[in-house]
Every structure is written in C-alpha cells, then in structure tokens.
Design a protein around this ligand. Structure first.
Ligand SMILES: Nc1nc2c(c(=O)[nH]1)N[C@H]1C(S)=C(S)[C@@H](COP(=O)(O)O)O[C@H]1N2
Ligand SMILES: [Mo]
Length: 406
C-alpha cells in the first residue's frame, strides 16, 4: 500500500485515528481533502514511531524495534513493532463499528456496537506480551521467506477492554465449540474484497481465559490505527498473529478455525524436529500455541564501553508464553559459567518480567553478555538457533550484547 493512496482515500474516522485527536471542524473538510498534518510521506511520523524503529517492508507496513528501544517496563506505542498482512482499513467510523459473534457453535448470533461493549461488560486492564511467531526469523539457515525480523517483533503494553469470555457468555456457546476465529476490516493486498489477509484464532480454552481481551485501549489511550483501532482481540503469550486487529467479527467454530493463515505451513512448525532445509508435508505441521521462553537485554545498548573497575548494570525482560519465567542467568564467558540475575514478578499473568544484574569484569578487553531465561517447567532458551522450520518461527536463542572494558 502506498501511503499517499492511503491518506487520499481515508475518511474522517481514520484521519482522527492517525492524528490521535479530534478534528474539531472535520465535518467542514471537503471530500478528498487531506489534513496538512497528514500530508506526510514519512512512516515514522505517520505512525508516530520512534526514529530508531526499523522498517522491514512498506507494502504492507512492517516495522520492528531494537533491543535498547524496548527498555521500558510497559512498551510505549512509539516503540511497538507493526506487523500487517494486508492494507490498513481506510473507512473506520467508530459510531457504526460493530462486533458480531457468529459461527456454528454460537447459541445466537449477536452484534454489539462499541458503546454497548463498553457499557455492558466489566472492563479490565492487563499488561500482555505479544511476540510475532516469526521474531528472530532472520537468523535461520537455509533462510525462510517473510519479514526478516531480528529481535524486535515483541511488545508488552497495557491493554484495556472487556473479556472475550464475558461476551461469549452473553451470546451463549454450544457444547460442541472448539475454537474461535477472528475476522477483521483490513483488506487483501490484491484488492480482492472476497479475500481476507489473515483470519486466525485460538482454541476455546485460550478464548475463555481471564486475560483474553477484546481491547479498545492500549496504555490508557485509543489503540493507534496501525495496531488495530478501534477494536482488537488480544491473546497474550501466543503468537501475536492470534491477536486480530481492526476486529469486527468472531466466529465460534465447531472445528479448528480454517481462516486465512490457519492452514498449510502458516504459523505452524513441524510436529517432530526436522533437518535444516527439509521439506515437510502439511499434515506433519502443528499449530503454534504458547510461545517459548525468551529474554532480551534492553540496557545497555550493545557496543557500549565501561571503565575498568566499574560495575555494569544490565537490565532486560523475560517471558515464557503461558508460563512464568522462573530464573534468568547471565554469562560473560561465552556460556562457560552462568550467574544469577534479580528477576521481578510479572505485573499480571502473561506479562513479561524485568531482570537486572550488576556485572564486574575481571580486566580490560572485549566481552559479550549473554542472557538465558528458564520457564517454570525448567526449560531454558537454547544458546544457539533452535530447531529449523520451513517458515522460520520460534527462534528463542539467547540474546547477547557486546561490551568493551577500557
Ligand atoms: N486484522 C489483522 N490482525 C493482525 C494482523 C493483520 O495483518 N491483520 N497481523 C497479525 C500478526 S502476524 C501480528 S505479529 C500482530 C502484530 O501486531 P502489532 O502490529 O500491533 O504489533 O498482529 C496480528 N493481527
Ligand atoms: Mo506475526
């Protein structure tokens, strides 16, 4: 999508979403008029992103963070990666936006306006980890097609919304329900209105968790357009592809949801490990559910220098999908020995956890600091690349930074 054509065709609703504030006399604007503030070709300004974010693709827009940008406990929207499979919707009108619950296994099809969702159901706020299943893809060899994410396709922001389970309870679900699938307002890159760019989902057990939200706010504000304004499913700890943006429909299915990117090799890995480069039959691929344990050193920035005799404070986050992180260790000798870090509790289930340590280096020279997290089942991150898979998912190898002691 060319950004120019995007703003040209956009409506008042999407301008308001992009600007993050009301256009007071907006109804006076001529049709086809683009507000000056949006006559902008710079994606950083258009999406209000930090200048050090990295653009991987502009058609569709994909942008990732760098480790040192993710140092905040709660990721600000300026530093949230963007992953789009299609075109951002251009005709958002919050006054007519609705969420429909349908599907074979819903007791009764039901449609809610945004106002109804917000007034009828209790609202909750959770900090939730969303990591793209393809985060770390760039390191796999043979390489996998797709966005070459390094480490920055992860965020942990604070989402506010209503529980999906309360909505499903209100609509009623049949006993044969096994899955929910989301449907959204973004459009296919081909322009074909019959095609959905992505329509994924989660099993009922995940759909009915307390933390699975239908969100309308992130970090206390309207969700930015690129992240799903005005309504988004958020299923923390699972591949972020399960968290549908621009949400307008949820189908309660009597089988595993079969929407776009649920089948074949999309968001699936070989059920059993395979050799790098192997060809794997579709029926031997399994859907990714909870994400594996992983961590990031977010401070200092890799490449930093420190004076001899001074101790270095490192800081970062660790997360483990559905599980808690039990321990994070660090090494300064290429993994020969490991020392403990101080690990904090998550602010709620499915939020990442901060860790920190003060490191003393024996003498001048070049060092690497490696971090390794362990989940509550005792499983740790691998130090080298984990199992190769055709689409390059689930790279949770240890993160490392370079430090020079001078
Ligand atoms: N409607 C819709 N929802 C979507 C997508 C999309 O393209 N369209 N991309 C998914 C994928 S693959 C990811 S990783 C996350 C990215 O969320 P973010 O852009 O808010 O970081 O959104 C998911 N939800
Ligand atoms: Mo993703």
């Amino acid at each position: 999508m060319k950004r120019r054509s995007f703003v040209k065709k956009a409506t008042l609703g999407s301008f308001v979403a992009l600007l993050g504030t009301d256009i007071v006399f907006g109804s006076n604007m001529l049709k086809g008029y683009t507000p000056l503030a949006l006559q902008e070709t710079d994606p950083f300004k258009l999406f209000k992103k930090h200048k050090e974010m990295v653009v991987l693709n502009n058609r569709p827009w994909n942008m990732e963070a760098q480790a040192h940008l993710l140092n905040d406990t709660i990721t600000p929207t300026t530093k949230m990666f963007i992953r789009n499979n299609g075109r951002i919707p251009e005709d958002i009108d919050v006054s007519t936006w609705t969420l429909t619950i349908d599907g074979e296994s819903v007791a009764q099809k039901k449609t809610y306006t945004l106002a109804e969702l917000q007034s009828k159901f209790k609202q909750y706020t959770y900090q939730l980890t969303l990591e793209c299943g393809g985060n770390g893809r760039s390191e796999f060899n043979p390489p996998a097609k797709g966005n070459q994410w390094t480490i920055g396709a992860i965020h942990c922001a604070e989402w506010t919304g209503v529980r999906l389970k309360d909505i499903l309870d209100d609509a009623g679900i049949k006993s044969n329900a096994v899955y929910i699938g989301y449907h959204s307002a973004d459009t296919h890159l081909s322009g074909d209105p019959a095609k959905e760019p992505i329509s994924r989902g989660v099993p009922m057990s995940k759909a009915l968790q307390d933390e699975t939200l239908i969100a309308f706010k992130v970090n206390g504000k309207d969700i930015p357009l690129a992240h799903g304004y005005p309504l988004r499913l958020v299923a923390g700890g699972w591949p972020a592809s399960a968290s549908g943006k621009w949400l307008n429909r949820i189908s309660v299915r009597n089988k595993v949801h079969d929407g776009t990117k649920m089948k074949g090799k999309a968001y699936r890995v070989p059920c059993e490990p395979v050799a790098p480069g192997a060809s794997v039959k579709d029926e031997d691929m399994c859907i990714i559910e909870s994400m594996p344990v992983k961590s990031l050193i977010t401070s200092p920035k890799s490449g930093g220098m420190i004076k001899e005799g001074k101790s270095l404070k490192i800081r970062g986050h660790a997360w483990a999908g559905e599980l808690e992180v039990a321990k994070v260790s660090y090494s300064i000798d290429f993994g020969a020995t490991w020392q403990p870090t101080v690990l904090q509790q998550p602010s709620n289930r499915l939020a990442w956890q901060n860790f920190s340590a003060n490191i003393n280096f024996p003498k001048k020279g070049y060092y690497e600091v490696w971090a390794k997290a362990f989940d509550s089942n005792g499983i740790s991150q691998p130090m080298i690349l984990p199992g190769w898979n055709p689409k390059g998912y689930l790279n949770n190898a240890c993160h490392r930074i370079a430090i020079k002691v001078i």
